[in-house]
Design a protein around this ligand. Structure first.
Ligand SMILES: *Cc1c(COP(=O)(O)O)cnc(C)c1O
Length: 422
């Protein structure tokens, strides 16, 4: 019966999407759930001290760099954590849960008619599973066959300036990436082998072909257009902007500025492509995306996170971040040879950022060495570098700074700078 799994999953997804199963109410009034439990005992062993990382021999990080995956992304809101705990108390059919979550997300984001969403294990996973779905459709044989593309389309077109580490997830499906630079290049690159056209949203200013034109070129050739907008919230409007524009599939990270569970992402797009992406991933067996598992807790946690995130006032959050960054800027700019610039990146990581520039004639160390000294402290202070301000500067964001950490950074940074004044 193994060969039936994908078909069955597909039918599940379709049934759930038809809303007939989602809207169904349990018989009788729903009583408060007796399973709700919160741990009230005393933790013994790991967790005893309250800091699991120190118990494991690690140094925790004061993160002034941003929503970096290598540092753990972001910190979840306690309310979303509490809802994830509720999700952990029951078993549920995961394909049905994905369909129900997608429906709720589409409603919350007011996605255009015919669009839905899928909670994935990250934006990278949204990319891989989205492309798998584009290639295989709902065909069971193809779903089992990829990354062997015999009989399938085999190329994805990308502008040279849009190449990114996450192209690996496209190549994982077996496709070859075809690089282009000009509109003429696109026309000659399109063939019967072309599966889709990929756009990296943050690279919009860098490529010759802009977002709208890229979309038009794809649709004129009857090809799906995928846009990777992983780090491009805030603003929250971006969650629906690219669907409204007509992009067929859009990827976002859940665990960056939205502060969802670290191992979540969103694939937003046209309904059949969303279902086909799900057919290519966990919980469905014998699929390329089987290792990209997303748990019931994360799926529910992502939906809850969106609910909270959409209700937040972005202006208020940005103002608080500027206040924290000003604490740092005001302190270090008093040191001779330090200049501070402020900016908000245009597309990705669109939140308050300061850049600290050091006059090389006034200091015996450069920005990179300053960052290394801070990182070696306990707790470790991790700041960014380069970025908009040029290679020799220190970049700081407050997107994941906790209350009071602005002071800690301000003090530590000015101490290190003063120690190395010449
Ligand atoms: C972070 C990022 C990804 C990967 O996202 P995950 O949610 O960590 O899988 C993909 N594309 C871009 C542009 C990103 O910034």
């Amino acid at each position: 019966m193994r060969h039936k799994i994908n078909r069955r999953a597909f039918l599940h997804v379709l049934a759930a999407l038809s809303a007939s199963t989602i809207g169904r109410k349990a018989l009788g009034a729903s009583a408060p759930d007796k399973r709700v439990s919160s741990w009230s005992g005393k933790i013994k062993g790991l967790g005893e001290s309250g800091n699991v990382y120190e118990e494991l021999g690690l140094t925790t990080v004061i993160n002034g760099q941003g929503t970096m995956t290598y540092l753990g992304g972001s910190l979840m809101r306690p309310e979303a954590e509490a809802v994830m705990k509720l999700a952990s108390l029951h078993f549920v059919n995961i394909n049905d849960l994905e369909a129900a979550a997608g429906k709720r997300i589409a409603e919350m984001l007011k996605l255009p008619q015919g669009y839905s969403a899928l909670v994935t294990s990250g934006a990278a996973s949204a990319i891989q599973n989205g492309y798998s779905g584009i290639l295989t459709g709902s065909n069971e044989t193809y779903i089992k066959q990829i990354p062997d593309l015999t009989g399938l389309k085999s190329e994805v077109i990308i502008q040279k300036a849009h190449r990114s580490p996450w192209n690996h997830q496209i190549r994982a499906t077996g496709v070859k990436i075809v690089e282009v630079e000009t509109v003429a290049d696109v026309h000659s690159a399109i063939s019967e082998r072309t599966a889709a056209m990929h756009f990296l949203n943050l690279a919009d200013p860098d490529g010759q072909i802009k977002r709208e034109e890229w979309l038009k070129l794809a649709h004129a050739a009857n090809l799906p257009a995928f846009i990777d907008a992983a780090a491009d919230t805030p603003p929250k409007s971006h969650l629906s902007d690219y669907a409204n524009m007509g992009f067929d599939l859009i990827s976002f990270s859940g665990g960056k500025a939205m502060r969802g569970p670290q191992c979540t992402g969103l694939l937003i797009g046209r309904q059949p492509m969303i279902s086909n992406a799900l057919l290519n991933m966990s919980p469905n067996e014998d699929t390329l995306g089987r290792p990209t598992k997303v748990g019931k807790e994360e799926i529910v946690g992502m939906v809850k996170t969106l609910e909270i995130y959409l209700a937040e006032d972005e202006q208020v959050l940005a103002k608080e971040q500027w206040r924290q960054l000003d604490t740092i800027a005001n302190k270090v700019s008093k040191i001779a040879g330090v200049t501070v610039t402020r900016h908000v990146p245009e597309i990705a990581n669109n939140f308050p950022t300061i850049q600290i520039h050091l006059d090389p004639s006034k200091f015996s160390i450069d920005a990179g060495q300053v960052n290394r000294e801070l990182a070696n402290m306990k707790p470790s202070i991790v700041l960014g570098g380069g970025g908009h301000g040029g290679a020799g500067s220190i970049g700081i964001t407050a997107i994941v700074l906790q209350p009071g950490e602005d002071r800690v950074i301000a003090d530590a940074l000015s101490k290190v700078l003063r120690q190395h004044q010449v």
